[in-house]
Design a protein around this ligand. Sequence first.
Ligand code: SF4
Ligand code: SF4
Length: 291
Amino acid sequence: MGHDDAAGRAAWLEQVIVDFIERSPENTLQPPFDEPAFDTPLVGFSKGGDPLYQDYKEHVGPFHWTPIEAFELAFPDVKVRPEELTVVSYILPQTRATKADNRKETRFPAERWARARIMGEEVNVKLRLHVVAALTEQGVQALAPVLIPQWEFKTGGPYVLASTWSERHAAYAAGLGTFGLCDAMITAKGKAMRVGSVIARIDVPPTPRPYQNHREYCLFFTQGTCKKCIPRCPVGAISEAGKDKAKCMAHLWPGTADYVKANYGFDGYGCGLCQTGVPCESKIPTARDLD
Ligand code: SF4
Ligand code: SF4
């Protein structure tokens, strides 16, 4: 690792993630799109003992794991304290080309967007495994919670569908972004992105959270303005009341899945129209973005 201090370990972890996306041939939308799936990531850290993870049992559902619960599923014979764990979170921003293509769409996803959803998620899986392997090589116990066999989707919380580990909520805890009216996470690189996380038994300083609440970056929640994501949705799933997840999912399947198969020739789905062509697409929006 080359660093004995906590700040050095943070810098090393960030470099492992950034190097993979910037240099690995695995970061690809796959032929015939000979180009990266994602731009340079954002990286943040939260402590395993952060009380937010306990709060998520209320906000997401009682089934949502704290970091230590996830760790103990992967390492049942190891005894650790929550504060010994760090959650490593990262944001994988969509590329300029992918966003430009999807911005033009009005009903179904652009091919680059659909590829970023499917082939891009394969990149994300490889990155999670790469981070776990890099840590393991240094003698650090680590796991990617969404890749352990116990990870699953559940019903019964306040959302139509939620999982036992929400990488977006981990990213919120790691200071990487807040939630928008359309329910996507707005980060310093916008909300056209994918997210990933790894839990490790390592001491790394938590990233400061530059916000006071979970909606702070959305202009609708702070100023009552914008609402530009509402008309972007082709099926009317977004309103001032938020996102109707059931309506959104009914568009994704079978609608976008059929479209992707028929037009792009692979098994996939996706939409993301509300994540593109809006002021928060690629940045934290300000009132000036509405001019
Ligand atoms: S488009 Fe506007 S209202 Fe919708 S999430 Fe972004 S900032 Fe909020
Ligand atoms: S992802 Fe869902 S909410 Fe967003 S535009 Fe598409 S259907 Fe609407």
